[in-house]
Design a protein around this ligand. Structure first.
Ligand code: FPP
Length: 251
């Protein structure tokens, strides 16, 4: 049954930005050109999110598995990320955007690590929107790291095993303090999570478009949001319960 009242805008949107390579190959360009063009889509989506009042935007920029790509492509991506941080800092500060980085940051080249830390620190007091950049990130790795840290806490006597619940486990993840994504967008048509936000996406609405990331701009983003607002999110309950709560909240 369709929802009577449309869902509000998502508070947290996560994006798997896929298809840069295919976009470039179809035009006879190098894959790196596709990533460069993809950077413009990042800009467009960040701007639209800020304007719409979305609180959190998470971008899967580089996965743990992406380290296995050809060295030249990895280096180009690292360079692009670094230039992006440099060129966007002023805009982030002006627009009240906070940057948070998640993933195995220590694996990144020193100069990029430095740039990331500086940008995160410079924007940490901004509260209008948070951009979460997942770099050298893998969902399974994140869960294993959390389990390891919790095991250590138990061994040190700081945590009792029977007090471990979902909330506590979540606080050991890279995304501690960030609400779970309401909407996860994947571009370029593949129907998989590719190791992104495995824990966090338990009740996330999924939206997959065939549009390749470099072509995903504001219009495509608005379309994804419109689809989301038609979804009937029940979190395991029945529609009538959810509708009652939504009406109560709207009063
Ligand atoms: C996937 O496309 C995309 C990536 C691995 C990198 C994403 C990077 C950007 C969008 C550019 C810079 C990002 C920021 C945040 C400034 P793919 O190469 O896997 O495409 P394919 O599946 O068509 O080969």
């Amino acid at each position: 049954m369709a929802a009577l009242v449309p869902s509000p805008l998502p508070r947290h949107v996560a994006i798997i930005m896929d298809g840069n390579g295919r976009w470039a190959q179809r035009r006879g360009l190098s894959r790196i050109e596709g990533h460069k063009r993809g950077k413009e889509s990042v800009r467009a989506v960040v701007e639209a999110s800020r304007r719409l009042g979305i609180d959190y935007l998470s971008l899967f920029a580089f996965s743990t598995q992406n380290w296995d790509r050809p060295r030249r492509e990895v280096e180009a991506l690292m360079g692009l990320l670094r230039r992006f941080l440099r060129s966007e800092l002023r805009d982030m500060l002006k627009n009240g955007i906070r940057l948070r980085a998640i993933g195995d940051i220590k694996r990144l080249p020193a100069a990029l690590q430095h740039e990331l830390q500086e940008t995160c620190a410079a924007t940490q007091h901004n509260h209008d929107m948070t951009v979460v950049l997942a770099v050298s990130y893998g969902g399974r790795e994140e869960i294993v790291n959390a389990a390891r840290a919790l095991a250590q806490a138990v061994r040190d006597g700081r945590v009792q095993p029977d007090t471990i619940d979902e909330r506590m486990f979540g606080s050991y993840l890279d995304t501690a303090g960030i609400p779970d994504p309401d909407l996860l967008i994947r571009t370029s048509g593949e129907l998989r999570l590719s190791n992104f936000f495995l824990w966090q996406s338990a009740y996330t609405e999924l939206y997959v478009t065939n549009t390749l990331w470099p072509d995903f701009r504001e219009a495509e983003f608005l379309e994804a949001l419109a689809h989301y607002r038609e979804r009937d999110r029940r979190f395991g309950r029945v529609t009538a319960q959810v509708e009652r709560e939504r009406l109560r909240a709207a009063r």
